[in-house]
Design a protein around this ligand. Structure first.
Ligand code: ZN
Length: 229
């Protein structure tokens, strides 16, 4: 194995999901809080709305993630079942198919057949899943885990503006929540970019500008409706 080779793909997918969830939690909860705070209501109402936003957002993230990952898992399971049946019924054709795949990938026909034979003996379904369907049996989609992870990351993000809103004096809720949220978004953006090996500054700038825009728009809407109601 080469001495210093850090693959980022392994950690970047779950980290990306976690950062996205936390981003969502910060932006949507902070936007809701600034919108409500701009409409001149009591501290209690601001915090209640913020808490409701946290719970509703986390549950909706969990439900959405569960449904999407579950349908992916269903598709994979159905494909594997089909493959399993074909392996039992058409073992000769399946061996030829696997050999063909390795020839296409660059092996000589003799070596390809040897590889296909050995992998079929070792674990035929695994070989076909990987090399024909692109499914890794060790890395299957897990809906419950995905749902819990995205709910947790959303809640972790949402806690930031909520806690700041609780600590801030009523008159300063808008400024404190906006400032803390934008700072957090920038830090998260930089962290995600660093983990993914991308330039940090631009990524941080992108999320902070978009987040600040979302908060400004809802604060504007809140101020407008607060005056009118
Ligand atoms: Zn096959």
């Amino acid at each position: 194995m080469p001495p210093k080779e850090h693959h980022r793909i392994f950690r970047s997918s779950w980290l990306r999901a976690a950062v996205l969830g936390a981003n969502d939690g910060i932006v949507s909860t902070a936007s809701l809080i600034t919108g409500v705070a701009a409409s001149q209501v009591s501290h209690g109402i601001i915090l209640t709305s913020g808490l409701a936003a946290l719970v509703a957002g986390a549950l909706s993230m969990a439900a959405g993630e569960y449904v999407s990952v579950h349908s992916q898992a269903d598709i994979e399971a159905a494909d594997l079942k089909l493959e399993q049946r074909s392996l039992r019924r058409n073992s000769v054709e399946e061996l030829d198919e696997l050999t063909g795949i390795y020839v296409e990938r660059g092996l000589t026909p003799e070596l390809a057949e040897q590889v296909a034979r050995q992998l079929t003996l070792h674990d035929a379904l695994d070989a076909h899943a990987r090399d024909e369907l692109g499914i890794s049996l060790f890395n299957r989609a897990r809906p419950v885990q995905a749902a819990l992870a995205s709910a947790a990351s959303f809640a972790a993000g949402a806690v930031v503006p909520l806690a700041v809103a609780a600590a801030a004096p009523l008159a300063d809720v808008l400024a404190w929540v906006t400032g803390a949220s934008v700072a957090c978004l920038g830090a998260l953006g930089a962290l995600a970019a660093r983990a993914g090996g991308a330039p940090m500054g631009r990524a941080a700038l992108r999320v902070t500008v978009l987040g600040a825009l979302a908060m400004a728009i809802t604060a504007g809407v809140g101020a407008l409706f607060g005056v009118n109601v």
